[in-house]
Design a protein around this ligand. Structure first.
Ligand code: GLA
Length: 395
């Protein structure tokens, strides 16, 4: 376990200069630049994005970095510092949804999606480095996609705006990778800003940056990575999405965003029991996002704990996307001083967040580690995060 304290303790990704040097060694020429994009933590608003609702994620100071050079031909060569797969070589003509392996499906998905949009992306060489924990629910895959799309947008002169890059990376995820995800993660990665959470209306992609700084309030936002890895390309995520679509159809609305808490009584009479609970989660979660935004502006982060707790209960009981490790992390953190805690991200594994008074950080971290050991679970990683900058060129 990484003993948590305010601040980020994981080794940083390779510096832009180191990545450039390594690129030159591997590919024999200098890259045309180095770009980075962060992972994200979602403060609140889970499974609301594909229901055209509200989310409140923020970019974290863990990033994927890519050194990229465009080529004159249609070859694609890709290598990562993860040390797996070696150099993967393919061609533009061979890009087919569902065929790429491992991390390469993310950059290849972006190249594919841009070309599907009519953007003339040529062959390229790419070297990836990342310190966003993989499969931890912190959007390691979107960090890669957002770094790549930021690079290619600039190098090809495509001139896409952030909202178009969001849609292109969503297309890559949905149709190339095969994960039917929404637009939250890439919006946080592309549009995040230091010291702010990204209040996003997923219906029209309107963004309001909401100041979110825990330190002045004497708090730390801990991430507890349960090490239970998950994939949104397997059935659970898709089945939740299907229930939401069914709920909206039966209720006669375009998306669950169009229902509010007062509509739940009627929904209870019209929907089967499971669909009703799925719908109740989304409707109440949208409401919690709006309340959180209001509380942050009025009273600050110290006031949002109960909303985080309610969000977790709703995901555990109504949406049923938690797991024993996430529940244990949340319950233990709460019992040892966290003022609010919830799982974050798509669920079925990944990470929880715990809003913790600075002087309880050690106690909470030790208690969670001990509880995991006693339950026979893999030791979690626990570290602090705070809102960081979104995607950018760094070299
Ligand atoms: C994953 C998806 C997002 C969102 C969350 C759940 O992170 O990529 O689009 O649906 O799950 O809130």
């Amino acid at each position: 376990m990484t003993t948590a304290s305010p601040g980020n303790q994981q080794a940083p990704a390779a510096s832009p200069q180191e990545l450039s040097g390594r690129f030159e060694q591997e590919f024999g020429t200098a890259p045309h630049g180095v770009w980075q994009a962060p992972g994200r933590v979602n403060l609140i608003g889970e499974h609301t994005d594909y229901n055209e609702g509200f989310v409140l994620p923020f970019a974290i100071d863990r990033t994927a970095r890519v050194a990229v050079a465009l080529r004159q031909d249609d070859s694609i060569r890709m290598l990562s510092t993860y040390g797996d797969q070696g150099t993967v070589t393919t061609t533009l003509g061979a890009l087919q949804p569902g065929t790429a392996k491992g991390w390469t499906k993310y950059p290849l998905g972006v190249v594919w999606a841009l070309r599907e949009r009519g953007i003339d992306v040529p062959g390229l060489d790419l070297l990836l480095d990342s310190n966003v924990p993989l499969g931890a629910g912190l959007s390691s895959s979107h960090a890669i996609e957002c770094a790549v799309i930021t690079a290619l947008n600039e190098l090809t002169g495509a001139g896409l705006e952030a909202r178009d890059m969001v849609l292109a990376t969503q297309r890559a995820e949905n149709d190339f990778v095969g994960a039917p995800t929404g637009i939250m993660d890439q919006s946080a990665s592309l549009r995040g800003a230091k010291g702010h959470a990204v209040f996003l209306d997923c219906r029209d992609q309107t963004v309001r940056l909401v100041p979110f700084e825990t330190e002045p309030a004497g708090l730390v936002l801990l991430v507890i990575d349960t090490k239970v890895s998950h994939s949104h390309a397997d059935g659970g995520y898709a089945s939740r999405r299907a229930s939401c679509e069914l709920g909206a159809e039966v209720m006669g609305v375009k998306a669950l965003r169009d229902l509010d808490v007062a509509d739940l009584e009627e929904a209870g009479g019209l929907l089967d029991e499971v669909t009703f609970r799925r719908v109740r989660h989304v409707v109440t979660e949208n409401d919690r996002v709006l309340q959180t935004v209001e509380l942050l502006a009025g009273s600050g982060p110290g006031a949002i704990g109960p909303l985080l707790d309610a969000s977790h209960a709703s995901m555990r009981d109504d949406f049923e996307i938690s797991c024993p490790e996430l529940d244990l992390a949340v319950d233990t953190a709460r019992a040892h001083g966290a003022i609010g805690a919830r799982m974050t991200g798509g669920g079925f594994g990944g990470a929880a967040i715990a809003l913790t008074p600075m002087d309880s950080v050690q106690t909470v971290s030790e208690a969670v580690a001990k509880a995991f050991a006693q339950a026979g679970f893999t030791a979690p990683d626990i570290f602090a995060v705070s809102p960081a900058a979104g995607a950018m060129r760094v070299g």
